[in-house]
Structure formats: structure tokens, C-alpha cells
Design a binder for this molecule. Structure first.
Ligand SMILES: *Cc1c(COP(=O)(O)O)cnc(C)c1O
Length: 388
């Protein structure tokens, strides 16, 4: 049986998988079963931020696997210490919690927000406002937080205490900001929801309102973080730093890591025994993640991410089939005029280019390290597909 046949026989069909088995990869090139090479404009949904098998990342991971692969959270280890120190230096946050995914990072932020409020104000101040079209994860709590009604199905009852407000609508936020609210959670650029950035005025007002009511801000930067938008955190584009910020996807460079970052205000909300994760903070993963931080925080690296994004935007904007391009840095959403994004994704894959979709848009999340030659190669395939 082939790879695909074994999957289809034994792995649950919870994904609409495309007929491609990737066997190896190097930089921005994926090699499929059978030897076909594809250019990667998807980064494994933004996870392989340094591309496939970056040599520094591989070396860090392998060395750590040969030294100490795990030691439980009852003890300390060096990769965790070094990674935490570096991430705080880059972001200006002071403390963090390690989980294994975006959903877990958000779950942690939700728990911190509720406990912060409980400690200070007592019961019944537990509501978290999230935005319509947001995506916060697939666990029952983070799915409840996710502001997409069509995803609130089958798994009843959902977790209470989540209210959805319309993005970029300050009146709706004000109307929903009652005495029961402890936090507002949002993505600066909604990813799964269609690569839709929040407006500056809205973000300004949101922060002002939250501050006035001692309501915590939670920035879900699972997709936008780790340099994806050309700043280490997308909040930097807006001149904002949320009380809590969550990271996952690109931070692990292709291994599962979720981080919930807190400043002084929320640094000590989680006392011993109130939260945990067996694998959270695994040293092999954090050794790799430190290699990601080292590369992304290099002088000039993020400025390049912005330039590359602008370059791609410019090239694609010239096409008849392209109606509009949204997003920042190397997180781009392309609205098409006539073609369906999912059809374009499938044709591009046939032609040797990996892309993604987000709602009705074609979505590009190329590895942050992509070079211009590879951008041009990928664009040539995409342009041909769009012009076809
Ligand atoms: C992908 C994503 C998540 C969920 O991350 P998982 O690692 O799949 O749990 C949460 N929030 C945002 C913004 C995401 O893009």
C-alpha cells in the first residue's frame, strides 16, 4: 500500500487532504513521494518559518535529542532557560507558559484572564469577548472562543462565557463590554478567517476601553507572531502590547510549541498547581525554537520579510485575476475575481507549488527565509495558474 492508501485506511478523515505525500524537504523545496519537487508557499501553515530542515535548527534539535530529550516540568533545563530569556528580550514580556499548540497557548491565556479577574474581583466576571471570524483553536474551549458560528456544531454543549463582537466595530464592542467581561481576545490579522487585518483606530479604541475597565487584552499571535508579518509581533505594527500574547505555529520552526506570554500584570496569576502540561517546554523543541529566535532576531531579517511581502504583492496585483491582496509581511490573502481559491490551490499543487486558502481567499505563508529566486519561481507557477 502507498503512503496515501495507508492513511486513508487507518487515519481518521478529519482533514480534506490533498493527494500529496511529502517525503523530504530542504529550504523552500518539498520533495514528494516519487521525487517531484515543489516550491513551498505554505510553510506547513506557517510552522516551518525557517523552511524545511534549516541546518542551524536541525543541529540544535539533534544535539539536544542526544543530550536530554525531556525531564518533566518538576525540574529545570538549559534550553528552556535560554529560550525564555531570549524571547523576553525580544518581546519585552517578562514571563511565559509553555504548551504544545496554539489552542493550548490560548487555553492558558483564557485561564489566566479568568483567574486574574477572580483573584481581584471574585466570581461572575469571566466573560471573554472574541471577534467574529476569529480562529482560536479546536479544543472545546478554544472552539467556543472561535467566532465562527458554522464551527459551533455537533459538539454541544460548548463552553459558556464567550461572546463574539464584530471586528472593526467599536460600537458592538462597547455594547458587549458589560460587568461580566474579564478579557477581549483578538488576532491583529485574522488568519483562518481570511487574512483580515484589524484597523488601527479600532485597535486603539479597544485598548483604551479595556484599560479603562481593567479588562485584559489577549493577542492571539499564533499565526501572526514570530516575524510572520515582518515585525516579531504583529502588535508592533499597531504600537500595541497586549496583556497576554500567544504564540505557536512559526515559533517551533516545525516542532509543536505553544507559548503564552505575560507582562508584570499577569506574571504571577498561575500559582503552582493551577495549570500544567506534561510535554510543555520540552527541551528538544525549545532548543530548535531558540535557533528560530536567533535567526529571526538577526539585524535586518524582519525588514527583509516586509520587502519580500511587498514584492509578492506588487507582482500579483498586476494580474487581471487578482481583485485585492490583504495581509502584512509574508502573510498574504488574495481575493480572486473569477477563479475559486481552492481550485487554484489544487492546480498550483499539480504544477509544483504549495499554497493555502483562508475562507474564499488564496493564502500565502512562505517560509520567512525564502530568497528572491525561489519567490520568482513560485510566482511564475502561480501566475501561470491564475492566467490559465
Ligand atoms: C492555527 C491557529 C490556532 C490553533 O493552533 P493549533 O496549534 O492548531 O492548536 C489558534 N489561533 C490562531 C490565530 C491560529 O492561526
Amino acid at each position: 500500500m502507498s503512503i496515501i492508501q495507508k492513511y486513508d485506511k487507518h487515519v481518521m478523515k478529519s482533514y480534506g487532504r490533498l493527494p500529496l505525500a511529502i517525503e523530504s524537504g530542504s529550504g523552500v523545496n518539498a520533495v514528494a513521494e516519487g521525487g517531484k519537487t515543489l516550491i513551498d508557499f505554505g510553510s506547513g501553515i506557517g510552522t516551518n518559518s525557517l523552511g524545511f530542515c534549516d541546518s542551524d535548527w536541525v543541529e540544535a534539535v539533534c544535539k539536544q535529542a542526544q543530550t536530554l530529550q525531556h525531564n518533566s516540568n518538576y525540574y529545570y533545563n538549559k534550553p528552556g532557560a535560554d529560550f525564555a530569556e531570549k524571547l523576553c528580550r525580544i518581546t519585552g514580556y517578562t514571563n511565559m507558559f509553555f504548551g504544545n499548540s496554539g489552542a493550548e497557548a490560548n487555553e492558558c491565556a483564557i485561564k489566566i484572564a479568568r483567574k486574574y479577574s477572580f483573584d481581584k474581583y471574585g466570581k461572575n466576571r469571566h466573560t471573554i469577548i472574541t471577534l467574529v471570524n476569529s480562529f482560536h483553536g479546536r479544543t472545546i474551549a478554544t472552539l467556543s472562543a472561535t467566532g465562527q458560528e458554522e464551527m459551533h456544531n455537533y459538539f454541544f454543549p460548548f463552553v459558556g462565557g464567550f461572546v463574539h463582537a464584530e471586528a472593526n466595530n467599536i460600537a458592538d464592542l462597547k455594547a458587549k463590554l458589560d460587568d461580566s467581561v474579564c478579557a477581549v481576545m483578538f488576532e491583529y490579522v485574522q488568519g483562518e478567517g481570511g487574512v483580515t487585518p484589524l484597523e488601527q483606530d479600532y485597535v486603539d479604541e479597544l485598548f483604551k476601553l479595556c484599560k479603562a475597565h481593567d479588562v485584559l487584552t489577549i493577542a492571539d499571535e499564533v499565526q501572526t507572531g514570530t516575524g510572520r508579518t515582518g515585525k516579531f509581533l504583529a502588535g508592533e505594527h499597531y504600537g500595541k502590547k497586549a496583556d497576554l500574547t500567544t504564540l505557536a505555529k512559526g515559533i517551533g520552526g516545525g516542532l509543536p510549541l505553544g507559548v503564552c506570554l505575560a507582562g508584570k500584570k499577569c506574571a504571577n496569576v498561575l500559582a503552582a498547581g493551577t495549570h500544567g502540561s506534561t510535554y510543555g517546554g520540552n527541551p528538544v523543541i525549545l532548543a530548535g525554537a531558540l535557533a528560530v529566535l536567533n535567526k529571526v532576531s538577526r539585524e535586518g531579517f524582519l525588514a527583509e520579510v516586509i520587502k519580500k511581502g511587498e514584492y509578492i504583492k506588487e507582482k500579483l496585483s498586476a494580474l487581471d485575476e487578482v481583485a485585492k491582496i490583504s495581509g502584512k509581511g509574508l502573510m498574504l490573502g488574495i481575493t480572486l475575481k473569477n477563479k475559486k481559491a481552492v481550485d487554484v490551490m489544487k492546480s498550483a499543487l499539480e504544477a509544483g507549488l504549495l499554497t493555502l486558502t483562508a475562507k474564499e481567499k488564496l493564502r500565502l505563508l512562505p517560509p520567512l527565509v525564502i530568497d528572491y529566486e525561489s519567490i520568482d519561481k513560485g510566482l511564475a507557477i502561480l501566475i501561470q495558474t491564475l492566467n490559465d
